[in-house]
Design a protein around this ligand. Structure first.
Ligand code: PHE
Length: 550
């Protein structure tokens, strides 16, 4: 069973340090690029100053601007952008700031790519399952009608934004209002196959911290760690552990306590605590490692944010800035040809469009299959990243039972069942209805749900969810919709994994006049921020080239 939603790119340390590397290279900024070209650059830039907390201060990104041309007398080029996901839209938006003539070609009938927010009245059509009988590939798969009520939305793709991500800068710039996305909640539940019943996250944490502290304290006290610890270390460690695990000061034993929670909450009366914890053996058998560390990931720490009213507010704002007349939805690219003086892009139906440059912001595995003359090495590089599966089920309930009965306001239940995570909504508190993400799974867990028709996904997801919440998980459901990202037309994957990094650097450079952009070209795969960072890098380089070559 897939237990880690992380895109398995490569070593995490490399991933992070390379991100900084790319940021430094890509964010160099059109200003310096342009100034260098114009011979105006002053002293060479110094190395980025480390910010408090460790991460290097980002080199400021400077968007292309019309004055870059007025100094030099060149002109903004024409650019065909392939794909109206976050990367493609961001490229068109940024280039548009300097007057570039961009046209965005999008195969789907809506913009946003994976940044998909579903509301009542929407439809979701999937490709047939991969293992369907031969010939089925030509047929469309199932279509779901979304029946959610007014005000209910379901972020079927990206849903949470970390504070450090550039996505928040775009929200500021575009005027997209934000609210907190509750990513962890001590009152939400944990259920693993090693447990007979779900427990609240706070209870699981108290027991795990308690017993680990007891073991370490007793070992320390017995002198087992004397080769590592001075007398002063030992005292400090014991002091730390007494607080960390809430263990007895003399006994060093963990016997539970109010951190586990209450059966009857305190009020006028003192309340009734949950009581004695389960045995050490039972707690260890719970397999809590991942469950208790989800928010320790650099990307997942609270507070996180979401746009008010749905994640697609970002792509909608970008599309509005780019302008509807520059975006052609329902337009499938069938050939990409580099010419000495421009790029030619053929679209379904036979029309051919020409521009000075092209930014290909499609999923690499789909781009790899589009004919043209990008070259064998580029094609091989594009075919290297492996598309992965992720799935989400949106469940609209007529009663917010998680708030009323369970006192859970937002956050996530963590499981190692095939449903992965259950998310409670971070909006609409106390409303009449509410949208629970009935499952959010990845990897092999998602592959179990991928081939199923919606009603089977629903049945299976509800059966698993009942193990956490009991019968109420299946009651009062007003509407539901599921998305298997592997089966989304013109996307065909949740995100990608690079089995080897070969090809990664090749695609950082243009193939002739064709540039590549997307989260898959960054160390922020599976984040909109990756798409934005990649777009900024490509825009900076393309603009630099146009200023230089005219
Ligand atoms: N960005 C996605 C999410 O937050 C996928 C992801 C999960 C990426 C965990 C990295 C870590 O769910």
């Amino acid at each position: 069973m897939e237990t880690d939603p992380l895109p398995r790119t490569h070593d995490r340390l490399t991933r992070r340090s390379l991100l900084v590397g790319i940021g430094a290279a890509g964010g160099a900024g059109a200003m310096y690029a342009a100034m260098g070209v114009l011979g105006l650059a002053p002293t060479p830039r110094t190395a980025p100053v480390p910010a408090v907390g460790g991460a290097a201060a980002p080199t400021p990104y400077v968007p292309p601007q019309p004055s870059d041309f007025s100094l030099r007398g060149g002109r903004p080029a024409s650019v065909l952008v392939l794909g109206a996901g976050v990367a493609g839209l961001a490229c068109a938006y940024e280039l548009g700031k300097a007057g570039y003539d961009c046209t965005v070609l999008e195969a789907r009938d809506r913009v946003g790519g994976r940044s998909l927010t579903l509301r009542g009245g929407d439809t979701v059509t999937e490709l047939p399952p991969a293992n369907a009988a031969k010939g089925a590939a030509t047929k469309a798969g199932e279509t779901q009608q979304v029946t959610f009520g007014e005000g209910t939305y379901f972020n079927a793709g990206p849903a949470r934004i970390a504070q450090w991500m550039v996505t928040l800068d775009y929200c500021r710039e575009l005027g997209v209002p934000l609210e907190v996305f509750v990513n962890t909640n001590a009152s939400a539940y944990i259920l693993t196959e090693g447990m007979t019943a779900p427990v609240r996250a706070r209870t699981a944490r108290a027991d795990a911290y308690g017993y680990i502290s007891e073991l370490l304290a007793k070992a320390t006290d017995a002198g087992a760690l004397d080769s590592r610890l001075t007398q002063a270390d030992k005292e400090r460690l014991l002091d730390f552990l007494s607080r960390f695990g809430a263990i007895g000061e003399k006994s060093l034993a963990y016997t539970g306590g109010e951190r586990r929670g209450y059966r009857v909450n305190p009020g006028v009366g003192p309340g009734t605590e949950l009581g004695t914890p389960p045995s050490l053996t039972e707690v260890l058998s719970r397999n809590l490692g991942r469950m208790l560390t989800m928010d320790a990931g650099y990307e997942q720490a609270m507070p996180m944010f979401q746009p008010v009213g749905g994640m697609d507010a970002i792509v909608r704002a970008l599309a509005a800035k780019v302008g509807a007349r520059r975006i052609r939805t329902g337009t499938r690219v069938t050939r990409v040809t580099n010419r000495p003086d421009g790029v030619e892009v053929e679209v379904e139906g036979g029309a051919s469009l020409k521009a000075d440059y092209c930014v290909a912001a499609l999923p690499p595995h789909l781009l790899a299959g589009i004919p043209g003359n990008l070259g064998a090495d580029v094609k091989a590089a594009l075919a290297t990243p492996v598309p992965l599966s992720a799935g989400k089920l949106g469940l609209e309930y007529g009663v917010r039972w998680w708030e009323i009965e369970d006192r859970v306001y937002g956050g996530a239940t963590e499981t190692d069942l095939d449903i992965g995570h259950i998310w409670y909504p971070s909006y609409g508190y106390h409303g009449e209805r509410g949208l629970v993400v009935g499952y959010y799974n990845t990897g092999r867990d998602a592959e179990v749900y991928d081939p199923l028709p919606h009603r089977e996904r629903l049945r299976r997801g509800l059966a698993q969810g009942r193990r956490v919440h009991g019968v109420k998980y299946g009651r009062n459901i007003r509407g539901s919709v599921s998305v298997a990202w592997r089966r989304q037309p013109f996307i065909e994957g949740s995100w990608v994994r690079w089995p080897s990094m070969s090809g990664f650097s090749l695609l950082q450079r243009p193939a002739g006049r064709v540039y590549f952009a997307g989260d898959w070209l960054t160390h922020l795969i599976a984040w909109q921020a990756g798409a934005f960072e990649s777009a900024r890098k490509v825009v900076t380089e393309l603009h630099h080239r146009v200023l230089k070559e005219g």
